[in-house]
Design a protein around this ligand. Structure first.
Ligand code: GLY
Length: 362
């Protein structure tokens, strides 16, 4: 089993990664959150495929679990789902030491995590991500929360889990498009701080896409190490954690500008990273060869590298202005300096941003 320890001043936890690990969830949970009850929130997409294994594992470790299903999809990641989960936990009299276990993709992890952060002022939280995106990003680092009609992730908390259990076998039943979306965040990690990871993904793209068990464990472990290192340096996003937003301001504009219907998050991130890299080249901050390598690797993963159906620049740029990462009215973009290093830039001229958008249109 691969393990990554995430150590913070007042909290530490281990991220455990191995094929078949879901069947050990109960005994692993008992080591860090012993109690007679637990709440298991299961993503409706995997209720039949993975839910029973985890429920049985909790029972065999002497938990009496409250098992509930949550419909995945951004429009269910909201306060009304949170409220209905509170009612279930309260009706079953779950207590302060009863862990909340979120099994599924990032939507269930973020929502279940917000319930865990706020129920009885906070209970132990266990993340069991079953998508690549959730494994390498959302399940590590304690960001939990829900969407509001005004925007995504506007209500939330930092509530670190007590344990993250990653069963890489779950990637073998994940729809291919979802798997490929997760690769966008892996390429991002390489680009922002680990050129060797970037090269490793490039060299190993075929075994990764073939879902080779060894390649999957290595892919997830290397990415979790990066995510954990960033969170250990800057838990509350006062500095370096913002580097994880590379490509995301552009991506959010694409997602919001197309009403969240056309592009998955990872696909929008792929396009967003390319726009950001080309903007850095135009601004004289980065060699064009780095942007070219990024495009070439993203192409190999199967992610989109151009889009002829984007909204007009005015619309995209006005959405960028309303991004929650705007500070003092200025859009702060994460731009590459080279492969493996990025900077936060707050003064990019509008015409250069417009040129970056145009470059995606092929
Ligand atoms: N997904 C970005 C972060 O965790 O900070």
């Amino acid at each position: 089993m691969a393990t990554v320890d995430l150590v913070l001043p007042h909290h530490r936890y281990t991220i455990r990664i191995a094929p078949g690990l879901l069947s050990e969830l109960g005994s692993l949970a008992r080591e860090v959150a012993p109690h007679d009850r637990a709440a298991l929130i299961v993503d409706d997409k995997i209720t039949d495929s993975h839910g029973p294994v985890v429920e049985a594992s909790l029972k065999s470790a002497d938990y009496n679990p409250l098992v509930t299903t949550m419909t995945s999809g951004e429009d269910h990641k909201n306060l009304s789902t949170v409220q209905s989960l509170y009612h279930k936990l309260l009706d079953e009299r779950l207590e302060r030491k009863s862990p909340v276990v979120a099994l599924g993709g990032g939507i269930v992890g973020d929502t279940g995590g917000f319930v865990a952060a706020s129920y009885l002022r906070g209970v132990p939280f266990i993340q069991c991500p079953t998508t690549l995106l959730a494994m390498v990003d959302a399940s590590v680092g304690g960001k939990v929360g829900v969407n509001m009609p005004q925007g995504k992730n506007l209500i939330g908390a930092f509530h670190q889990p007590v344990l993250v259990v990653i069963d890489t076998d779950t990637l073998k039943t994940l729809p291919k498009r979802d798997f490929i979306c997760g690769l966008a965040e892996c390429v991002k990690h390489g680009l922002i701080r680990d050129p060797e990871l970037f090269d490793w993904i490039d060299t190993n793209i075929q075994p990764i896409l073939d879902l080779d068990s060894g390649a999957l464990v290595e892919l997830v472990e290397r990415n979790v190490r990066i995510k954990a290192a960033v969170v250990m340096e800057d838990e509350k996003e006062a500095g370096v954690r913002a580097h994880l937003n590379f490509g995301h301001t552009f991506a959010h504009a694409i997602e919001a500008g197309t009403e969240y219907g056309r592009y998955r998050h990872g696909e929008a991130v792929s396009l967003g990273m390319i726009a950001a890299a080309r903007l850095a080249v135009t601004a004289g901050r980065c060699e064009s060869s780095a942007a070219d390598r990024l495009v070439s690797l993203l192409k190999k993963t199967g992610l989109p590298t151009s889009a002829n159906d984007l909204p007009a620049n005015d619309k995209l740029m006005s959405i960028m202005q309303s991004d929650k990462k705007v500070a003092d009215g200025k859009v702060r973009l994460v731009l590459p300096d080279k492969l493996g290093a990025v900077s936060i830039v707050g003064d990019t001229p509008d015409d250069a941003v417009a040129k970056a958008w145009d470059s995606l249109r092929g």
